[in-house]
Design a protein around this ligand. Structure first.
Ligand code: SF4
Ligand code: FES
Length: 667
């Protein structure tokens, strides 16, 4: 429930009378949070409750209220927590009947039984066997915890290796890269990995290198390691388009600068939107890095403000902008305890007091909201910066990949107490080192957008094709509310049926070559120079009406070419995918949803029906040539318009599309 911006929830027997229930009430007038929990008379069972202002524990509480097991903690610990860890004692303390996956109604007991009896050896196997986590995916952290707990009980070693290429966790890899002062992916994989890397380890290593050495991420050695967002400094959207978010520190902007933004948007006919928070801020909206430092107006304008929250937010944002981390990091500064910037829902939150600031850490919004923990109270700005340096760098050094600070804190032995010991009390004696590491990142910051704008060679990478200056739209654009947006994608079922339909009409590689050979139309076609294609990366060429992705897999000394269209959503993006190998098979990962395809055969490496067309490549001196049938023959199979029209024909039912394939394909 959400009433006028306020979270409200009730669960279980929230009206249980005094003869059966004893209430415990938490009433935070300042924070606008009220929680009433009703317990059995002996305090061993949660019966129901009401949550106002913070309903983040609704899922856990309702599971407890539904179960028949006694509480795994003292009643008051459900409201105020236990020092140094979760009051609920993790997944082990949950009853067997606790519902873990609400999308598919799978209980803890069913998952544990399947792991034990089915001898399941991966989280993926648990998902396939029980269907837990195959809906919205919100329960995956719990499913993973259960899997790890069961493995541990069975005496099996729980490994946290990054992927098949590195027998190390991210934390271990970070330490090795730091100690050995490794500066490139090649050096890292040579020192402690194997194979050619993949879409999991390449961005993770790129992030570690950036967090330690801070070389510009679009440099030649690093660019193709990045996920597409970091490679092109923008957020990939539907149809392979990108959104760009200008950095506006603290959300403060002059009218003249606003006019410049408006002029650019007008010139290029861009869809424009203020951020989700209805503000001008952000910057590295595409990176696993500092995103925003949200602020209220504080003493600049507000009659309640006790500190200059905007000024401090601008300082904090300019200090940490561009710092790469295991996941995105959000911060906020509120000018008084009314907390209009919602700082306690951020990774780092500062709430102004008469004496300075209260520093909160490890808060989160999104799918798994978590209220931040107070790290330390009433500190001045210098002390706050010092503690944020230490906190942020300790997180970068020790968190797993794609782990937000909230999850990191909950999994860390000792939780917030341990973080306080490291950051405030310097119990590990590493505070000075953490500060020095962060200062180095601050001192070596280089604007990556400027690095591209100033370098013509880097700018070339932003061209759609390497062999022509032409551009073409790859998704239908439709008007909405006075602006343009890409047409909706078809759903999964329609998407697969469209692929089958298209596949049924596509000639296999040899069939196409034979047909072309018969008509004398197959030939080696020059498509560019070797330097047009980045090392260990791809670029796209246009041939007739067809887009082809060409890959320079330099670490294997091999070249590959495939259709550029990913068959999943008919998006023209494969040339921007990350190269790697799966058990030695060279592959490309689609940048949109990470489906992977063999570069040798075009088959899906996830065992899916989707596959892609491949072409032979030859390098003659500096020239790159592809063995291709005539443009007429290939246009009939793979012209951009075919995919473009299919990609957005979700309104058309698939059966009607399948019934008229020829019309659809005659474009
Ligand atoms: S948090 Fe305080 S200072 Fe900031 S806008 Fe709200 S009331 Fe004003
Ligand atoms: S479009 Fe979804 S994986 Fe490529």
């Amino acid at each position: 429930l959400k009433l006028m911006g306020c979270d409200v929830a009730s669960f279980g027997d929230y009206e249980a009378p005094p003869e059966r229930a004893v209430p415990l009430i938490f009433d935070d007038t300042f924070g606008g949070v009220y929680k009433k929990l009703l317990f059995s008379l002996d305090g061993t069972k949660l019966l129901g409750g009401i949550l106002v202002g913070d309903a983040s524990e609704y899922g856990t509480f309702s599971i407890l209220a539904k179960g028949t097991q006694p509480l795994p903690c003292q009643p008051h610990e459900l409201l105020v927590g236990k020092t140094g860890g979760s009051a609920l004692g993790g997944v082990d303390a949950m009853p067997d009947e606790a519902q873990i996956c609400s999308c598919n109604n799978v209980s803890k007991g069913a998952i544990c039984h399947a792991i034990r009896e089915g001898n399941l050896d991966s989280v993926g196997a648990v998902k396939s066997c029980t269907r837990a986590g195959t809906g919205c995916g919100g329960c995956m952290p719990l499913v993973t915890d259960l899997f790890n707990a069961e493995l541990k009980k069975a005496g099996k070693v729980v490994v946290n290796h990054l992927c098949e290429h590195f027998p190390l966790s991210r934390t271990e890899l970070f330490a090795v890269v730091k100690v050995k002062e490794l500066k490139s992916f090649d050096a890292v994989i040579e020192h402690c990995g194997q194979g050619n890397g993949c879409e999991i380890c390449k961005p993770a290593v790129a992030s570690i290198l950036a967090s330690l050495w801070n070389e510009v991420i679009v440099g030649d050695e690093h660019a193709t390691l990045q996920d597409t967002n970091d490679r092109f400094l923008a957020n990939m959207q539907r149809g392979g388009l990108y959104s760009v978010v200008p950095r506006v520190a603290g959300g403060e902007i002059t009218p003249d600068k606003l006019i410049v933004l408006g002029d650019v948007a007008k010139k290029y006919g861009l869809y424009t939107k203020i951020t989700g928070g209805q503000r001008f801020e952000s910057g590295h909206a595409y990176g696993k890095a500092l995103r925003t430092v949200k602020s209220c107006v504080g003493t600049t304008w507000c009659r309640y403000g006790v500190q200059d929250s905007v000024g401090f937010a601008v300082r904090v944002e300019n200090r940490y902008k561009g710092v790469r981390a295991p996941h995105k990091v959000k911060m906020a500064v509120s000018g008084c305890v009314r907390e209009c910037a919602e700082a306690q829902g951020k990774d780092v939150g500062l709430v102004a007091t008469e004496k300075g600031y209260n520093l909160y850490v490890c808060g989160n919004g999104g799918a798994k909201p978590r209220h931040a923990d107070l790290l330390v109270g009433d500190i001045d700005e210098e002390t706050a910066i010092k503690y944020i340096d230490r906190f942020f760098m300790y997180y970068i050094m020790t968190a797993d990949r794609l782990t937000r600070t909230s999850v990191w804190c909950d999994k860390l032995e000792g939780g917030i107490g341990h973080i306080r010991d490291v950051v405030v009390n310097d119990k590990l004696g590493i505070a000075a080192e953490l500060e020095a590491m962060m200062q180095r990142l601050v001192d070596t910051y280089e604007c990556e957008w400027a690095a591209v704008v100033k370098d013509p060679e880097k700018r070339k990478r932003f061209s759609q094709f390497v062999n022509t200056d032409e551009t073409e739209s790859c998704i239908e654009i439709v008007p909405e509310r006075g602006q343009a947006r890409p047409e909706f994608w078809p759903n999964e079922v329609v998407s697969l049926e469209q692929f089958r339909m298209l596949d049924g009409r596509t000639l296999g590689e040899h069939e196409a070559e034979e047909t072309a050979a018969m008509s004398d139309s197959i030939e080696w076609v020059p498509v560019g120079k070797t330097w047009d294609f980045p090392k260990d990366g791809g670029a796209t060429i246009k041939y007739g009406k067809v887009q082809i992705a060409v890959f320079n897999f330099s670490s294997r000394g091999e070249w590959y070419a495939t259709q550029n269209m990913c068959p999943h959503k008919k998006a023209f993006v494969l040339g921007r995918g990350i190269l790697g190998d799966a058990a030695g098979t060279p592959k490309v990962a689609c940048p949109l949803h990470k489906k992977t395809f063999s570069l040798k055969t075009g088959e899906s490496l996830q065992g899916e029906e989707y596959h892609i067309r491949t072409f032979s490549v030859r390098v003659d001196g500096d020239d790159v040539l592809l063995k291709l049938p005539s443009t007429e023959l290939l246009d009939g199979e793979l012209a951009t318009e075919i995919g473009c029209q299919l990609a957005t024909s979700c309104q058309t039912s698939c059966s009607s599309a399948a019934a008229q394939p020829r019309e659809l394909l005659e474009v």
